[in-house]
Design a protein. Structure first.
Length: 216
């Protein structure tokens, strides 16, 4: 079984599109009917996120960590207990490509670090967009790390110690731990996830804050 974990904190405006894209990826014919379980980790949500997830019939887990590292870790543990062989992670403000899971599995490595594409730059100046693209490498071997586009085998995840309970950069820490544990990692430019460049980001020091730091 393949497990997909999405940490959520008040994402009623964007969660629908995320789940719909994951359902398409989950039923890709190239997966050969292997089961895919999508788990929405509702972390201290006070909006309609839970209702939206339940409408689509995906799994939900409620917690009050208000911490993305702990939310990802708890979600991973639940799916590992259900015997997931592969864990894929994205964010609620992101949309994955149809072949997202197929691509991750097909690389035949311990972990996959993919790229993201911004779907709407309207909240930022042209200068921010230019600075972002000047430093972003859209090639294989890129070395960018995004919790919105990350996959790892259950064996490698356990060996690396899993996600730490960090409020930010939990994805960077996991990849560092994977490298130290000897995991084989694919840094691919092929299976890009579309994500938001909103200024009202849910995670301090995350992608949204990075974009804000590029404002002259």
């Amino acid at each position: 079984m393949i497990g997909v974990i999405v940490p959520v904190h008040n994402e009623e405006q964007r969660l629908k599109h995320c789940i719909e894209s994951l359902l398409v990826a989950a039923f890709h014919h190239a997966l050969g009917n292997e089961p895919v379980r999508i788990l929405i980790v509702l972390d201290a949500c006070t909006d309609k996120s839970a209702h939206i997830a339940q409408t689509y019939g995906v799994m939900t887990l409620t917690c009050t960590h208000r911490n993305v590292g702990k939310a990802r870790a708890q979600g991973a543990e639940q799916l590992l207990a259900a015997d997931a062989r592969w864990l894929a992670f994205t964010d609620a403000d992101s949309v994955v490509p149809d072949s997202w899971l197929v691509d991750q599995i097909s690389f035949n490595v311990d972990a996959v670090c993919g790229l993201v594409e911004v779907n709407d730059w309207s909240e930022h100046s042209i200068k921010v967009r230019e600075r972002y693209h000047a430093h972003y490498r859209t090639v294989d071997g890129h070395r960018h790390i995004h919790g919105a586009n990350l996959g790892v085998s259950s064996t490698a995840y356990r060996k690396a110690g899993g996600f730490k309970g960090l409020p930010a950069h939990e994805d960077v820490q996991l990849v560092s731990d994977l490298e130290r544990s000897g995991a084989s990692i694919m840094w691919t430019a092929a299976n890009r996830v579309t994500t938001s460049a909103r200024k009202d980001s849910r995670c301090r020091e995350g992608f949204g804050d990075y974009l804000a730091s590029l404002d002259p």
